[in-house]
Design a protein around this ligand. Structure first.
Ligand code: DC
Length: 220
């Protein structure tokens, strides 16, 4: 059996993991799994069919039957392109709220593991190294100060033409972090064998270079 090379990049919201994962995947010509997008898709779908964020059974059913298609930088839900719609802050907050439910997480597990394909995969999220790909060859945990992350999220939203307020973002981000870290189901935490990377004072290029250097070490 050929072993598929997996790199996991976990970390809190707006830590830069999405951008870093994207660039590392490009550099290695690996597949990319943005697992947060799956939780965001469940969140968006649940708004559309009006399912309450506490209705665990209905949410798990929805997650198990999610009709999604991924393309480079784009995602479709039931045939409709929703790449921008899933990035709204309200959808991110709802995704964090429904991600506390273990049955919802279980319903998304296989879908995530199916991304593991040759020549390799870069997977970003909260529990990629701890739960979904515990045997990954390289596990990275990205961190950055809450202020640095709020500034990044603000810039991301403004660049996409979505209006934003930096104080509101900081407050939401701290609330979301607290929920992601303290939930019972797959809480956000570094895997024991993860390498920690604080990107507060790093450029994206420096963070990417560090991950690629660690990856080269694992292959040496
Ligand atoms: O990475 P993101 O901001 O797109 O993720 C949105 C929410 O989804 C996040 O606040 C918690 C949840 N999530 C999760 O529980 N597990 C993952 N692997 C990825 C995201």
């Amino acid at each position: 059996m050929t072993i598929v090379d997996v790199i996991t990049i976990d970390g809190p919201t707006a830590s830069g993991k999405g951008t870093v994962a994207h660039k590392v995947a490009d550099a290695l010509a690996f597949h990319l799994l943005d697992s947060g997008a799956l939780y965001r898709l469940v969140a968006l779908a649940s708004v559309r069919v009006d399912i309450d964020v506490q209705d665990v059974e209905a949410l798990a059913k929805l997650a198990a039957s999610l009709d999604v298609k991924f393309g480079p930088d784009r995602v479709w839900l039931a045939g409709e392109e929703v790449s921008l719609a899933i990035r709204a802050e309200a959808i991110g907050n709802r995704a964090s709220a429904l991600a506390v439910h273990q049955p919802v997480r279980d319903a998304l597990t296989r879908l995530q593991r199916d991304f593991r394909k040759l020549p390799g995969l870069v997977a970003d999220g909260r529990d990629m190294g701890t739960v979904i790909f515990p045997d990954a060859g390289l596990k990275v945990f990205l961190t950055a100060s809450a202020e640095a992350r709020a500034r990044r999220r603000y810039k991301q939203l403004i660049d996409k033409g979505i209006s934003a307020n930096i104080e509101d973002l900081l407050r939401d981000l701290e609330a979301r972090d607290a929920r992601d870290r303290t939930r019972a189901a797959a809480p956000l935490r570094p895997a024991e064998d993860a390498r920690l990377l604080d990107t507060s004072d790093m450029t994206v290029e420096q963070a990417v270079a560090q991950v690629l250097a660690w990856h080269a070490e694992t292959r040496a």
